[in-house]
Design a protein around this ligand. Structure first.
Ligand code: NAG
Ligand code: NAG
Length: 338
């Protein structure tokens, strides 16, 4: 992948260099502080552009939070380590999920069977049961699909063995290409499970560490097998009731959401919902539970992201639940079984 600044066209650089003269000087210190905290370094010709992008993001965050303080939103935004990315770059780099067609040769998809009589608990949080590894960071690689898949497999492994072991996204990136996954350029969660199923295993993060890059040859080692799965189960498309039962009875479930919107990128805390969300999904996450907000009674899903602990609520989002499949959260849910 070319360095970020290469994406910037010459015209926009010229434009922004002119623009930079009008930069808000009061923000100078904040900009320096932000660069320091996140160890950002730019080429001289790039800095003015990045600063302008960052300032624009700061401004939009400020406006949102002002509106939130007036009761217009149920969540806050905050500047984070991704604050120098334009919306287009965000979408390109971080939203690497492809929705899977329902019928596909070799997929052998099973469907989650909802029980009419089952009463689900009011709250579920698999983190408290030791089913969830610490939040990871995909970095500048669109492999959210691999992070979501390892998350669900890690939960399954705890269920089967009682041990929490971090599993290898790089293993999935390097080895599941023949199933149609594209490494840092996106992939399918279900095909990641299918790879593990057909391959007879996946290595641990320790044995097969994350490199934030694609293009390496597969070096899965069966001797280091850390987990397995034997089948892939899909949750009824769009049904939050089915997803609730699956999350309550199975463990963490892989989901995908529409993350192509500004508030999502800078989400900090609270129960998320936005008019900018559609149900056409593009970013994979892991549903690790659900609950009800004590402040405003809003129901939410607890979603683990892979943008480090600096994003959201220590790396997690609470997304509004029971509001017409908001952001498509139940559109592409699935999990592995053994
Ligand atoms: C594993 O999951 C099944 C349901 O899928 C459940 O009945 C069982 O209690 C779980 N085992 C552990 C150790 O959590
Ligand atoms: C994975 O499956 C194989 C059989 O296909 C079995 O021998 C092995 O013990 C399993 N490994 C784990 C970690 O469950």
């Amino acid at each position: 992948m070319p360095p970020l600044w290469a994406v910037v066209t010459v015209t926009s650089l010229v434009f922004l260099r002119t623009f930079s003269i009008t930069q808000d000087q009061a923000l100078e210190e904040a900009w320096r502080g932000w660069k320091g905290v996140h160890a950002k370094e730019y080429l001289e010709e790039e800095e003015a552009f990045r600063r302008a992008v960052w300032e624009k993001n700061m401004q939009k965050i400020k406006i949102h939070n002002l509106e939130a303080s007036l009761g217009k939103h149920s969540y806050q935004l905050a500047m984070n380590h991704l604050g120098d990315l334009t919306d287009e770059e965000f979408n390109q780099l971080l939203n690497g999920f492809h929705p899977d067609p329902v019928k596909r040769r070799g997929g052998n998809l099973a469907f989650f069977q909802k029980s009419a009589s089952l009463k689900t608990p009011k709250e579920v949080d698999w983190r408290k049961k030791g089913y969830v590894t610490p939040v990871k960071n995909q970095g500048h690689c669109g492999a959210c699909w691999a992070f979501s898949a390892t998350g669900a497999l890690e939960g399954l492994l705890v269920n089967k063995t009682g041990k929490l072991v971090s599993l290898s996204e790089q293993n999935l990136i390097d080895c599941s290409g023949k199933l149609g996954n594209h490494g840092c350029h996106g992939g399918y969660i279900r095909r990641a499970f299918e790879y593990v199923r057909d391959n007879g295993g996946i290595n641990s993060e320790g044995a097969y560490p994350y490199l934030e890059k694609e293009g390496f040859s597969c070096h899965y080692n069966p001797q280091d097998r850390a987990a397995n799965c034997t089948s892939v189960v899909a949750v009824q498309r769009g049904s939050e009731e089915d997803l609730e039962q699956a999350v309550a009875t199975i463990g963490p479930v892989s989901v995908a959401v529409d993350a192509h919107n500004f508030p999502f990128h800078f989400y900090k805390s609270g129960v998320f919902s936005t008019i900018f969300c559609s149900d056409s999904v593009n970013h994979a996450m892991l549903a690790v539970g659900y609950g009800t907000s004590p402040e405003d009674g809003k129901q939410y899903w607890i979603l683990k992201n892979s943008w480090s602990e600096k994003w959201g609520e220590q790396g997690y989002m609470r997304l509004v639940k029971g509001a017409d499949n908001h952001c498509g959260v139940a559109s592409q849910a699935s999990y592995p079984t053994m």
